[in-house]
Design a protein around this ligand. Structure first.
Ligand SMILES: *[C@@H]1O[C@H](CO)[C@@H](O)[C@H](O)[C@H]1NC(C)=O
Length: 332
């Protein structure tokens, strides 16, 4: 294969970066990058930017190929929308760390762990029960907490009311209003689902189409407060597999996790060794929707359907990525 890349070494952010010309040759790497740009509708500001993104893409492609060639891995990786980002860029743009401090919290819902008693727990998957709208995409805004919260409320509302098409709730209302009303939420800079639930208990949440998502901070539209759905109680679950499995019989669960290595996840079981279960490692919020007979968890993300298993990830059994540390539910 003829290589006609031209290399310009520049020092950027203290590291030596190799710039490559994505238009230089019709070799396999170039074709892969062209396919990537087309698939994920990527547009770059300049030739320099495009060259840099191409070099990052190739680095990630190599990591993905090496990972998938290793038969000892429990999960596969793939090229997705994050493949032109370094791991640092991925974390900065799509995760939040640290989450806004728990210190100034207005409510005490966290640490009031309610034990759940269920005589029998059996594997369950709420994603197939017509209680959740299609998987959503938070885009480049640290609003994962709003998606986790909306997902929890949607499922509880839809389980109760059984509409033909599942109701979808407004993340933008939470992004704009939860902080403005003094619940400690910080919009696109992150928040805790428990604070968002406390906001909704007081001010309600309207439907998605009434207060559409714009993926950036906006002013709270107070005319839409006190007209939507208000859940009655919220509670935190004990940090055990058994408690979460029992609680899942009732509804999905809002969870907070370390997702710092989830960027290229494609399928299979994501292992404990690739993330931290330390409560301080939390950088993402998602929705636990079920578990399998082998104890692995099914989790719904808010990165669109092109990511993972149609928007979902399977996590190893146990407190993988800290999923049990801040698990909350509500009652209708
Ligand atoms: C707030 O919501 C109301 C009711 O949907 C709407 O009529 C109004 O235009 C909204 N205000 C703003 C500033 O978007």
């Amino acid at each position: 294969m003829k290589l006609t890349y031209f290399f310009i070494s520049l020092t950027l952010l203290g590291t030596t970066t190799v710039y490559l010309d994505p238009n230089a040759d019709n070799n396999l790497d170039v074709l892969a990058f062209q396919q990537f740009k087309k698939t994920f509708n990527k547009q770059y500001q300049s030739q320099v930017e495009e060259s840099y993104r191409f070099s990052v893409f190739l680095e990630n492609l190599k990591i993905i190929q090496q990972h998938n060639a290793d038969v000892t891995k429990t999960y596969t990786q793939e090229v997705n929308q994050f493949c032109d980002l370094t791991i640092e860029e991925f974390k900065a743009r799509h995760l939040v760390k640290p989450f806004p401090s728990l210190k100034n919290k207005k409510n005490s819902a966290l640490n009031l762990r309610t034990s759940v008693t269920a005589t029998t727990s059996q594997p369950i998957d709420w994603s197939t029960k017509n209680v959740l709208p299609a998987v959503k995409n938070q885009q480049q805004c640290g609003s994962m907490w709003a998606f986790s919260t909306a997902g929890l409320l949607e499922s509880v509302y839809n389980i109760q009311n059984k509409p033909k098409t599942p109701i979808s709730f407004s993340e933008q209302q939470l992004v704009d209003c939860c902080g403005a009303e003094g619940f400690g939420c910080e919009g696109c800079n992150g928040a805790w689902p428990t604070d968002a639930v406390s906001y909704v208990q007081k001010f309600g949440i309207v439907q998605e189409n009434q207060y559409p998502y714009i993926a950036k901070d906006g002013n709270c539209n107070k005319t839409l407060e006190n007209v939507g759905f208000k859940p009655s109680k919220q509670f935190q679950l004990p940090v055990t597999d058994a408690a979460l499995q029992a609680a899942l019989q009732n509804s999905p669960i809002s969870i907070v996790v370390d997702a710092s290595q989830w960027n290229s996840y494609a399928s299979g079981v994501f292992p404990q060794s690739k993330c931290s279960s330390d409560p301080n490692a939390a950088d993402h919020a998602v929705l636990l929707v079920g578990y399998n007979s082998d104890g692995t968890w099914k989790v719904r993300n808010s990165w669109g359907t092109s990511w993972g298993q149609k928007g979902y990830i399977t996590l190893a059994a146990g407190n993988t990525c800290g999923l049990e540390n801040y698990a909350i539910q509500v009652t209708y």
